[in-house]
Write a protein of this length. Structure first.
Length: 140
């Protein structure tokens, strides 16, 4: 048997008599769709009335990342002016209480940390004597 070229393998050779039924039929998928509609309506109703049932009273939202935080066991807490703010971690608390919460301030913080690291290396070269470029400390 010779191999069949790929376009004729994916193109159907016969057509069904009818593409869509002419009338609505009640079968198991229709019943499941109706049941799912009721379940979805019940979940939505419970979500809209969760405060009436006591949901969400022990949970705060982190103002930096938006994560839900358990108020009894938070990652970090900031108390200022009689107001308590809950955070998921110390990192989010530091970003919230930092001098400038903009992304540019975060970049400047990283640049200043890198500059401090380079300055910490520079004094070590000071007691090796003056070095010219391309010379190793052992040849100085």
């Amino acid at each position: 048997m010779p191999p069949v070229p790929w376009p004729s393998r994916i193109i159907p050779q016969t057509r069904p008599a009818s593409i869509a039924p002419e009338h609505l039929s009640w079968n198991y998928t229709t019943i499941l769709n109706i049941v799912f509609g009721f379940v979805l309506a019940a979940i939505y109703w419970l979500h809209r009335r969760q405060d009436r049932f006591g949901g969400g009273q022990d949970v705060a939202r982190d103002p930096v990342c938006g994560m839900q935080v358990d108020m009894h066991h938070p990652g970090a807490v900031l108390r200022a002016d009689g107001h308590t703010t809950y955070f998921c971690s110390e990192h989010c608390r530091d970003r919230y209480s930092g001098p400038d919460p903009s992304p540019a301030a975060d970049v400047l913080t990283r640049v200043s940390a890198a500059t401090k690291a380079l300055q910490a290396v520079a004094p070590a070269e000071a007691h090796c004597g003056s070095r010219s470029p391309g010379r190793s400390p052992s040849s100085a």
